[in-house]
Structure formats: C-alpha cells, structure tokens
Ligand binder design. Structure first.
Ligand SMILES: [Zn+2]
Length: 115
C-alpha cells in the first residue's frame, strides 16, 4: 500500500458519508455530501458535484424515514427507469435516478450563457 493512487475529495467524502449513514448520523452524512458538493461546484466539476448532491439526497431520504434501499421493483418517479437500469435515490414517497437529479440541476441551477 503506497499512496500512489490519488484519492480525490469525492472518495474521502464518500467514506465519511458511508460511515455516517451506517451509524444513522444523517447530519454528518448530509454535511459530508454537501461539503463535497460545494467543493466540486467551486471547481466547476459539474458531474462530481451532482454525484455529491445525490449523496445528500439519499441521506435526506433516509432521515425522513425511508429505511429500505430501493426494491428491485422500484423505479425513478420521474423517468420511470427501474433500479436495475439506473442508480436510484429514495425519497419519502418517490425515487429519483442520478440522471434526473442532473436534469433538475440543469433546469433549476445557475443559468449558462447561451452560445
Ligand atoms: Zn430518472
């Protein structure tokens, strides 16, 4: 184990997130996700910032009482893709896939200047 392989901030946040989720420390989990989100937003790394936002979303979903991971029959409430087709985050009464999180981010996020 030499430290050749550079871990990026997302991996580090992911570790913190996973441990916090395991002990149901949702405050810490949300903070870890949001810290990573802020980090990547500042860097302009949109893909990673959306990944991080997904962590926040999952933590909030768990915090609001969705204990079960998405069942295989679950599907994205927005585009309808199933858990086998897309990675789903669970909310209290809905699921959302990573792609739809990205779409909402593009629609609702900061406007880009048209080219
Ligand atoms: Zn979707």
């Amino acid at each position: 184990m030499n430290g050749d392989q550079k871990r990026d901030a997302f991996d580090a946040a992911g570790d913190v997130f996973a441990k916090a989720m395991k002990r149901k420390d949702y405050d810490a989990a949300i903070k870890a996700g949001f810290d990573a989100y802020s980090h990547y937003r500042a860097e302009g790394n949109e893909a990673r910032s959306l990944d991080a936002l997904g962590l926040v979303y999952i933590a909030i979903g768990e915090m609001l009482g969705v204990d079960d991971p998405p069942a295989s029959s679950a599907s994205c409430s927005f585009c309808g893709r199933s858990a086998s087709e897309a990675e789903l985050g669970a909310g209290p009464n809905a699921y959302i896939c990573a792609d739809c999180v990205g779409i909402f981010h593009q629609v609702l996020g900061p406007k880009r200047s048209a080219t």
